[in-house]
Ligand binder design. Structure first.
Ligand SMILES: Nc1nc2c(ncn2[C@@H]2O[C@H](COP(=O)(O)OP(=O)(O)O)[C@@H](O)[C@H]2O)c(=O)[nH]1
Ligand SMILES: [Mg+2]
Length: 285
């Protein structure tokens, strides 16, 4: 009998949810940044090992919403927690012990699904400074890969008996244009400073997969005219570097050469504007 089910990676911003998803799946699917709140939409990653298929969902960090985009992110995270068969609740080992998930998520009562507390980034904790975690907790590092097998074994025993939902060779369920938009955003987090990446959204206008190289036309949206100037940079230097970085990421996942036709436009105050959020795929419902 096989096992198969959904596991949400949940927790505060910056605890290593997206990095862990990528380490488990063995492919860079979810965008990662030292800046918090880079994940806005759930990213699904698949791992099929022996008789078990793990359907991981990376989710936005749990935080107090400051504007409308945050409310969408929070609702998205809560839905993922609600829908999952197992909740992996991530917290940095250096900040042991983890507060209750219900408190962090602002839930009135604990969620339905079983919760596994996963202490992350064990590589940054000195062996002598290691807290003694509870036997039911898991300690991992995406850098050294410590604890990943233990984590998978723990999850496996909690997943329901079920046929596989996906082909065992598949790693992702979302379309390539989704990842293309995400990787452009990831490049923006790398190339732009301070608060600017938070004002960036991306829309894919055209994705011609039959073409060689694959042709992608994308628009990078910012909120103000002054931001547009910064994103383009002197003589177009910044947007050029951003585009090159994004193209390399897309090519790595697609395993094909890509021509990325990247434009910058202003969508005034899109983070606080319901119709703009909807159009960019950040829908509340
Ligand atoms: N040293 C170390 N850093 C990590 C580890 N996992 C994630 N990070 C770093 O922590 C930061 C936040 O990671 P990310 O996956 O984006 O966190 P998320 O906001 O919870 O999705 C990034 O700079 C990662 O490189 C880990 O196991 N060890
Ligand atoms: Mg993330």
């Amino acid at each position: 009998m096989t096992r198969c089910g959904t596991i949400v990676l949940a927790g505060r911003p910056n605890v290593g949810k997206s990095t862990l998803l990528n380490a488990l799946v063995g492919e860079h699917l979810a965008i990662v940044s030292p800046k918090p709140q880079s994940t806005r939409l759930p990213v699904v990653g698949l791992l099929t090992k022996d008789d078990t298929q793990y359907i991981f969902t990376d989710s936005p960090g749990l935080l107090e919403p400051e504007y409308q985009l945050h409310e969408v992110m929070r609702a998205t995270a809560l839905r993922a927690i609600n829908d999952a068969e197992v909740i992996a609740y991530l917290h940095p080992l250096a900040e042991y012990p983890a507060p209750e998930l219900a408190a962090v998520a602002g839930l009135e009562r604990p969620p339905r699904a079983p919760i596994i507390t996963v202490y992350t980034k064990s590589d940054v904790v000195r062996p002598s400074g290691r807290p003694a975690v509870r036997p039911s907790d898991v300690v991992v590092s995406a850098v050294t890969r410590e604890g990943l097998d233990v984590f998978l074994a723990t999850l496996g025993s909690r997943l329901p008996e079920s046929p596989f939902h996906y082909d065992p060779d598949e790693l992702a369920t979302q379309p390539m244009r989704f990842f293309a938009a995400e990787f452009i955003r990831e490049a923006a987090f790398e190339q732009l400073h301070e608060e600017l990446p938070y004002s960036v959204a991306c829309e894919i206008d055209e994705f011609r997969e039959g073409a060689e190289p694959v042709y992608i036309r994308a628009v990078l949206y910012v909120e103000r005219e002054s931001q547009k100037g910064i994103v383009i940079g002197e003589g177009g230097r910044t947007i050029k570097a951003l585009g090159a970085a994004a193209r390399a990421k897309i090519e790595a996942l697609l395993q094909q050469r890509v021509f990325l036709d990247l434009h910058v436009k202003v969508l005034p105050k899109w983070r606080r504007d319901e119709p703009s959020l909807k159009r960019l795929g950040y829908a509340t419902s």
